[in-house]
Design a binder for this molecule. Structure first.
Ligand SMILES: CCCCC/C=C\C/C=C\C/C=C\C/C=C\CCCC(=O)SCCNC(=O)CCNC(=O)[C@H](O)C(C)(C)COP(=O)(O)OP(=O)(O)OC[C@H]1O[C@@H](n2cnc3c(N)ncnc32)[C@H](O)[C@@H]1OP(=O)(O)O
Length: 202
């Protein structure tokens, strides 16, 4: 695995640096093909769900290896300062993109730690072009990195993040989620199908 830190000179929190015995990430054989849109993992998700009027409606696409691209357009509902995206919303977009990488590993995982660098302000109506990849895996720990560019997929970097996701069982959601939403999700065949796809590991 690569030990190069994608941040450059800023090392970030030690928990975001993979241990020496970490493994290279392995793309699951049944992962969506490169170029394929992933769709939502949950219709009410703030990041990717279609049923959230002020959500990000982020659309993620499988890349090569264990990588993802995604786009989202900053809406007026996402402002922090006048006409500018709220930093927490940008972090949510990074979190969602990094979380989408788990489709390619076919692993259910939640964010344990996420660090964001805000490099350039992002105005309302701007389309943010996100790219993310898993850099290493150590047991249940998944290390990943992402950048968000403006002005085009090869434009200047506006935000970047490093993250640590932790693999969990589906019980993590069933045991901790509010019952009304859990019951609705378990009664929805599409939702069950999506979760099952994650549970079948090689
Ligand atoms: C049928 C209904 C189900 C419907 C479900 C719907 C869909 C499911 C499918 C996919 C969807 C999945 C995700 C969604 C995708 C994208 C959305 C964006 C992602 C998110 O937005 S998700 C929300 C925010 N997220 C949380 O809500 C997590 C809250 N949290 C916890 O739930 C626990 O905290 C947990 C589980 C993280 C760990 O708890 P745990 O008991 O399982 O494990 P433990 O503590 O032993 O940690 C094991 C090893 O990770 C290290 N470690 C842990 N945490 C660390 C940290 N923060 N920093 C540094 N290292 C850390 C330890 O140091 C140890 O390391 P070591 O093994 O080396 O000792």
């Amino acid at each position: 695995m690569s030990t190069e830190n994608p941040r450059g000179p800023s090392p970030g929190h030690p928990a975001l640096i993979p241990p020496a015995d970490a493994l290279r990430p392995v793309r699951h054989p049944d992962a969506p093909a490169p170029g394929e849109l992933l769709g939502t993992h949950y219709d009410h998700c703030f990041g990717c769900g279609g049923a959230q009027p002020h959500g990000l409606h982020l659309q993620a696409r499988a890349g090569d290896g264990v990588s993802i691209t995604a786009e989202f357009t900053v809406q007026a509902a996402h402002q922090g300062a006048p006409g500018l995206a709220h930093g927490g919303v940008l972090t949510s977009a990074l979190d969602e993109t990094l979380g989408s990488l788990n489709w390619l590993l076919r692993t259910i995982a939640v964010t344990g730690r996420l660090e964001t660098d805000f490099v350039r302000p992002v105005p309302v109506d701007t389309q943010l072009f996100l790219q993310a990849e898993v850099t290493a895996v150590a047991g249940r720990k998944i290390y990943s990195t992402a950048v968000g560019r403006i002005g085009g997929p090869a434009g200047p970097v506006a935000v970047r993040a490093n993250a640590l996701f932790i693999e969990v069982k589906v019980d993590h959601f069933i045991d901790n989620g509010r019952q009304v939403e859990i019951q609705a999700a378990m009664a929805d065949p599409d939702q069950i199908r999506r979760v099952r796809a994650f549970e079948v590991n090689p």
